[in-house]
Design a protein around this ligand. Structure first.
Ligand code: ATP
Length: 235
């Protein structure tokens, strides 16, 4: 579904990504794990067109998307939930969800999708008339994911959904990500520092260190890998 081939991405003169290659198959969850500053967010921003790579190529469903405008990439069905959530704080929960669907015209289906996300996260239904900025961190993450789902993603890019949240909320969010993948057939590219949980829900994983992919394998094998256990799982 997504094929990243040898991309190099720079911030000015600083090279953040060095020949990164990643493949995502339709229907799977892949996770990209790595320490702070490894280049995980830059990888997502290269895919979504916000930080286009200087060289290398990115294909989505066989079509080259390298250098395409971010809004065009969104219209193909690649939807990113950025790190730090970034919902609209002064809009209500319901209005935030409507914003996620702004490119759609299928009114009846939008209604059904709102019901679907309220089913996934009943707390959002309870708070639907409340301003987004008044929600807790975990609820804002739920809203950010739900808003992205309202855009009917074919490929959902999630940047550290666990960041700064209590363990119990993180577990809840991870199991809902898995549910969206299995029930909704949404393909998921999950960037995480919480390697333990990410590798539990993912099919395959990639490890990134200082802008390079250093390992790739099934999530099950990575969980058993001695180096991964030591560096990322704290075992
Ligand atoms: P984190 O988990 O902290 O978000 P990350 O793995 O997502 O880390 P990136 O945010 O992609 O890492 O950063 C990769 C490298 O690029 C880092 O060295 C970082 O300092 C640098 N970098 C990121 N954004 C910018 C920017 N806007 N300008 C300059 N350098 C940047």
């Amino acid at each position: 579904m997504l094929k990243i081939e040898n991309i190099k991405t720079f911030y000015g003169n600083i090279q953040a990504l060095h020949d990164v290659s990643i493949e995502v198959k339709e229907g799977e969850i892949i996770t990209l794990i790595g320490a702070n500053g490894a280049g995980k967010s830059t990888t997502l921003m290269s895919i979504s067109g916000i930080e286009p790579p200087r060289s290398g190529k990115i294909f989505f469903e066989g079509k080259e998307i390298t250098g395409m405008d971010p809004d065009k990439i969104v219209s193909l069905g690649i939807i990113q939930v950025p790190e730090g959530r970034r919902i609209f704080p002064f809009l209500t929960v319901r209005e935030n969800l409507d914003m996620g669907a702004f490119l759609r015209e299928d009114k009846e289906e939008i209604k059904r999708d709102i019901e679907y996300v309220f089913n996934l996260f009943p707390i959002l239904a309870e708070r639907k008339n409340q301003a987004g900025g008044t929600l807790s961190g975990g609820e804002q993450q739920m809203l950010a994911i739900s808003r992205a789902l309202m855009a009917k993603p074919r490929l959902l890019l999630l940047d550290e959904p666990s960041l700064g949240l209590a363990p119990i909320i993180v577990q809840q969010i991870m199991s809902i990500i898995k549910k969206v993948n299995t029930e909704n057939k949404t393909t998921i590219f999950l960037v995480e520092q919480n390697a333990n949980l990410a590798l539990k829900i993912a099919d395959r994983g990639y490890v990134m260190e200082t802008g390079r992919i250093t390992m790739q394998d099934s999530a099950a094998n990575l969980r058993e890998n001695g180096e991964v256990r030591k560096a990322y799982l704290g075992i």
